[in-house]
Design a protein around this ligand. Structure first.
Ligand SMILES: [Zn+2]
Length: 202
């Protein structure tokens, strides 16, 4: 019983820590910065709240988030240094990292644009990082398994005695995994009859 109560604590803590960021930031795109490319405005491990809006809402100087289609980077945070239409009338954004010397070589178009950073939460990126969340999921899973095992009623050791029908010896059998181990011979060293459970035919 006490063991069960001890297991409830990690389960509750893990569920809260896993769900909390999702509940607080629900409806927003949430990410964490993993480089110093936007130093000093945004530091590594800052938690960023991104408002998903149309690209036409972006003004020069906004910090935007977009898809790079680059394996390993995927999503980038950059400052919009120029917002303008190209000669076909398509709106594009030129970007630069605050901490980078040169502006980026690409132009961000509507298809890859995700949104504008509207909130920076210092050092709380770990809340949504895999390094934090995966161990939580593992702890949660182990706790749940232990709780389920703890909840299965254990069969008490059956105290039923066995009796040798040849010598009359009585003994408490060995019980392993809830199963009575039926001996092949009578444990009485003076009997040792393999027929201990068969009555003598007179
Ligand atoms: Zn016996």
């Amino acid at each position: 019983m006490t063991c069960k109560k001890i297991l409830i604590a990690p389960i509750v803590i893990c569920v809260v820590l896993i769900l909390l960021p999702l509940l607080i930031f629900s409806g927003n795109y949430v990410m964490y910065q993993n480089s110093d490319s936007m130093y000093p405005a945004i530091l590594p491990d800052d938690l960023l709240i991104v408002e998903q809006s149309g690209i036409e809402q972006v003004k020069q100087g906004d910090v935007i988030v977009f898809e790079t289609h680059d394996e390993g980077i995927e999503v980038l945070v950059r400052r919009a240094i120029d917002v303008s239409e190209n000669n076909q009338g398509i709106l594009g954004i030129d970007t630069k990292g605050d901490h980078e010397e040169f502006h980026d070589l690409w132009t961000v178009y509507s298809d890859d644009y995700i949104g504008k950073v509207v909130e920076v939460n210092p050092s709380s990126g770990f809340l949504i990082s895999d390094y934090f969340r995966y161990p939580l999921v593992v702890i949660l899973a182990i706790s749940l398994v232990l709780l389920v095992r703890e909840s299965i009623p254990k069969k008490g050791l059956e105290v039923k005695e066995l009796t040798c029908l040849r010598c009359g010896n009585k003994w408490h059998p060995r019980i392993i995994g809830g199963k009575v181990k039926i001996p092949s011979t009578c444990p009485n060293k003076d009997c040792r009859s393999p027929y201990w459970n068969k009555p003598r035919s007179s």
